[in-house]
Design a protein around this ligand. Structure first.
Ligand SMILES: [Zn+2]
Length: 55
């Protein structure tokens, strides 16, 4: 399971996505693209998750 909070990445936004890693990456990308106009790569979001979980 993985979890990302938009707020943790500098947005004033209460969006949180939680679930399987692949799903979290897809949902977070879609959200940041549609809501914030930022197109993170899959790799960038994977880095967010790895850093956060200290893996
Ligand atoms: Zn957001």
């Amino acid at each position: 399971m993985a979890k990302l909070k938009c707020m943790d990445y500098g947005f004033e936004c209460d969006f949180i996505v939680e679930g399987e890693i692949e799903q979290v990456i897809e949902d977070f990308r879609k959200h940041t693209d549609e809501e914030h106009g930022i197109d993170y790569s899959k790799e960038a979001i994977m880095q967010f998750l790895l850093r956060k979980q200290g893996l």
